[in-house]
Design a protein around this ligand. Structure first.
Ligand code: PMP
Length: 387
C-alpha cells in the first residue's frame, strides 16, 4: 500500500521504534518511574530530561518550558479553556481542538470570542488579527488570548505567526500557536515567533500517538491541569509516559535532522499536482499561490465528493485524507475551506494528500495514476479519455 496521509499521522520512524524498544527492554527489570529516588528512578529521570531537551530543540524552546501531555488536543484544550484571559481570538482555520474549547468557554463564561477568517489563499493576516483584537477591546477585553496555528493541517498554509504575535503583544494580548503540522516539516524557533505558548504532537512527526507537549514561556501563567503527585513542575501530575516521551524525542531528533529532506518533498508534491491538473484542468488546487508546507496538497474537482474519491483511492491501495477526516472518521465539509471562501460544492470535495519522511517518487506516481483512473471513471463522459 501507499500511505500519503502524514498530516493525519506519520508512520513511526525507526529511530522512535528503536528508542522505545530499548527502553522497554531496559525497563523490564527496573521500572521507569522518574520520581523514584533509587538509581533506577534516577536513570529514568535522566531519560526524561534528555527527551525534554530533544523535543525542545525541534521547536527552539528552552527544555524547562516544556510540559509533556497526552497530545496536542490536550495542549490546545488546556490553553484555550484555562488561560487567564478575558477574550479569545482564534483563526477560523484552527483545528477543532482549538475551536471547540474556545467556543465552549465563550458560551460557558460569556467571554467575547472572535473567529478570524482567512483570506482566499488560506492565510490569516496580521491586519485581520489586529481588527479582531480591536473588536474584543470594544467588547471590554483587556487581556485577550490569540491562537493562530503555524501551519494548517488541511491545506498546509503557513501563517505569519511572528507578525501576528507582534500585533497581538502591542495590544496587550497573549499568544498561543498550534505548531503540530509545522514541527518537523519547517524550522521552528519559539523565541523568533514571539508566542507565549506552543503545542506539538509526537505522532505527526513519526513518534508514537498519545504524547505531545505544551511549551509555556513568556507571560502565560496556567494553573495546573491535573493535581496529584506534582510531576511536570506540578502542571500535570501523573507518572510520566516515559516510553512515549522517549519515542517522541527520538522522532524529534530524526525530524530535525531531516528538515532539508522534508523541504525537498515540494518537488514531489508539485509533480503530483501537475499530474492532477493535466488530467483534470478544472481541478482547483487550494492555496497553491500561498506559502505552504512542502508536503501538503489539497485539491477538488467540482461534483466529485471527497468520500467517493477516498474510497476509490483506498481500493487502489492508496491512503489519503480529506477535510476534517482526522477528527471524525467521516468526511464532513471542510470548515477550513469554508473559512477561505471556497465554493460550497468544493468544500466537501477536497482530497488531502500529505507526504512525509518515507515517501518516494514511485509512491507519488502511483497515487497520481490511481487518482487519474478514478477521475476518468467518475467524472463522466465529459472527461478527457487520457491513456
Ligand atoms: N492540531 C492540528 C493542527 C492537528 O492537525 C491535530 C491532529 N489532527 C491536532 C492538533 C491534534 O493532535 P493530537 O492528535 O496529538 O491530539
Amino acid at each position: 500500500r501507499v500511505y500519503l496521509d502524514y498530516n493525519a499521522t506519520a508512520p513511526l520512524r525507526p529511530e522512535a521504534a528503536r528508542a522505545m524498544t530499548a527502553l522497554f527492554e531496559a525497563a523490564a527489570g527496573a521500572g521507569t518511574n522518574p520520581s523514584s529516588v533509587h538509581a533506577d528512578g534516577r536513570a529514568a529521570r535522566k531519560r526524561l530530561e534528555d527527551a525534554r531537551a530533544g523535543v525542545a530543540a525541534l521547536v527552539g524552546a528552552k527544555p524547562a518550558d516544556l510540559v509533556f501531555v497526552s497530545g496536542a488536543t490536550e495542549a490546545n484544550n488546556w490553553v484555550l479553556a484555562r488561560a487567564p484571559v478575558d477574550g479569545l481570538a482564534v483563526s477560523a482555520i484552527e483545528h477543532d481542538s482549538v475551536l471547540a474549547p474556545a467556543r465552549a468557554r465563550a458560551a460557558a463564561e460569556g467571554l467575547p470570542l472572535v473567529e478570524i477568517a482567512a483570506d482566499g489563499d488560506g492565510v490569516v493576516t496580521p491586519a485581520a488579527v489586529a481588527a479582531a483584537l480591536d473588536d474584543l477591546a470594544a467588547r471590554g477585553a483587556r487581556r485577550p488570548l490569540v491562537s493562530v496555528m503555524v501551519a494548517n493541517n488541511e491545506v498546509g498554509t503557513i501563517q505569519p505567526v511572528a507578525e501576528i504575535a507582534a500585533e497581538a503583544r502591542a495590544r496587550g494580548a497573549l499568544v498561543h500557536t498550534d505548531a503540530v503540522q509545522a514541527a518537523g516539516k519547517t524550522p521552528l524557533d519559539m523565541a523568533a515567533l514571539g508566542v507565549d505558548a506552543l503545542s506539538v504532537s509526537a505522532h505527526k512527526i513519526g513518534g508514537p500517538p498519545g504524547v505531545g507537549a505544551l511549551v509555556l514561556c513568556g507571560g502565560l501563567a496556567l494553573d495546573p491541569l491535573i493535581a496529584g503527585g506534582g510531576q511536570e513542575r506540578r502542571y500535570r501530575s501523573g507518572t510520566e509516559n516515559l516510553p512515549g516521551i522517549v519515542g517522541f524525542a527520538a522522532a524529534a531528533e530524526a525530524a530535525a535532522a531531516g528538515l532539508d529532506a522534508m523541504a525537498g518533498l515540494g518537488a514531489l508534491r508539485d509533480r503530483l499536482e501537475a499530474a492532477v491538473v493535466a488530467t483534470a484542468p478544472e481541478a482547483v488546487v487550494f492555496a497553491r499561490k500561498a506559502e505552504r508546507l512542502a508536503n501538503t496538497s489539497a485539491f477538488a474537482v467540482p461534483g466529485l465528493k471527497a468520500e467517493t474519491q477516498m474510497m476509490h483511492m483506498d481500493l487502489a491501495g492508496v491512503s489519503v485524507g480529506s477535510g476534517s477526516a482526522c477528527s471524525s472518521g467521516k468526511v464532513s465539509p471542510s470548515h477550513v475551506l469554508a473559512a477561505m471562501g471556497a465554493d460550497a460544492d468544493l468544500c466537501d470535495g477536497a482530497l488531502r494528500i500529505s507526504l512525509g519522511w518515507a515517501t518516494t517518487e514511485a509512491e507519488v506516481d502511483r497515487a497520481a495514476a490511481a487518482w487519474g483512473a478514478l477521475y476518468r471513471r467518475l467524472a463522466g463522459s465529459s472527461a478527457p479519455a487520457a491513456g
